[in-house]
Write a protein that binds this ligand. Structure first.
Ligand SMILES: Cc1cc2nc3c(=O)[nH]c(=O)nc-3n(C[C@H](O)[C@H](O)[C@H](O)COP(=O)(O)OP(=O)(O)OC[C@H]3O[C@@H](n4cnc5c(N)ncnc54)[C@H](O)[C@@H]3O)c2cc1C
Length: 190
């Protein structure tokens, strides 16, 4: 994700705190942090508090910060040995382009390759970065196999009602979201 994030010039000045605080539905680091179950450290006049990333983003371009608060830290646990994390971005150009759709996945498999836990965080599919909860629920307890992932793709349509805008039509977004799930399957399985 960092390889395709903006451009060298933007990366030299942009901060992770700014990317998350903007709460953009196509901010590239929000799905990453969601899949990593990041906790955000917030400083205010009365001290510090920690907020889960999913509670930090409250609405389209809205976060839960009060007027006197700043995001000052991010906490991420190490991933267990059987937990995989992958992320991907689809945009028209490689450089200097924001996402049409992006995905971050965290998946925990047991010794028989059964899905124990999964987070599918998508950007560009709703007013905020959003998890594909129905697809996640379908996959939990099932083998991490191509046929099962192909079936799970159908649930993406129930998870999201994307909009059409200058970057893409809604139909294309849905198709990309489904195919990104399959891409994640291949990347985790290799
Ligand atoms: C040419 C270009 C390309 C871009 N490409 C991408 C891209 O590929 N992917 C992507 O996700 N974004 C992209 N962006 C958007 C933006 O640059 C990034 O999201 C960047 O990470 C924002 O960080 P910043 O530090 O510049 O935030 P700012 O723009 O300075 O701040 C954004 C908002 O967050 C608030 N804020 C900043 N830091 C904090 C903090 N620590 N605590 C609380 N509030 C805070 C600010 O007050 C402001 O309201 C691009 C922008 C440009 C101009």
């Amino acid at each position: 994700m960092l390889d395709v994030f903006a451009s060298v010039q933007i990366r030299e000045v942009a901060s992770i705190g700014g990317n998350l605080s903007t709460a953009s539905p196509i901010g590239d680091l929000i799905p990453v942090m969601m899949a990593l179950k990041a906790k955000l450290k917030i400083a205010g006049q009365l001290g510090f508090r920690w907020v889960e990333i999913e509670d930090f983003i409250t609405d389209y371009r809205q976060n839960c910060l009060q007027n006197d608060e700043l995001l000052v830290g991010i906490g991420i646990h190490d991933l267990k040995a059987n937990t995989h994390f992958r992320t991907a971005k689809v945009s028209t150009r490689r450089d200097l382009d924001i996402s049409t759709v992006n995905i971050s996945i965290r998946i925990q498999l047991d010794e028989n390759e059964i899905v124990e836990e999964i987070i599918l965080a998508y950007g560009g599919m709703a007013a905020t970065v959003k998890r594909a909860v129905k697809a996640e629920q379908y996959l939990i307890g099932k083998p991490w196999a191509k046929e099962v992932v192909e079936e799970a793709k159908a649930y993406i349509e129930h998870d999201f009602t994307p909009i059409s805008d200058a970057r893409s039509g809604a139909e294309f977004r849905l198709e990309v979201a489904k195919n990104l799930l399959l891409k994640m399957f291949y990347e985790v399985s290799r």
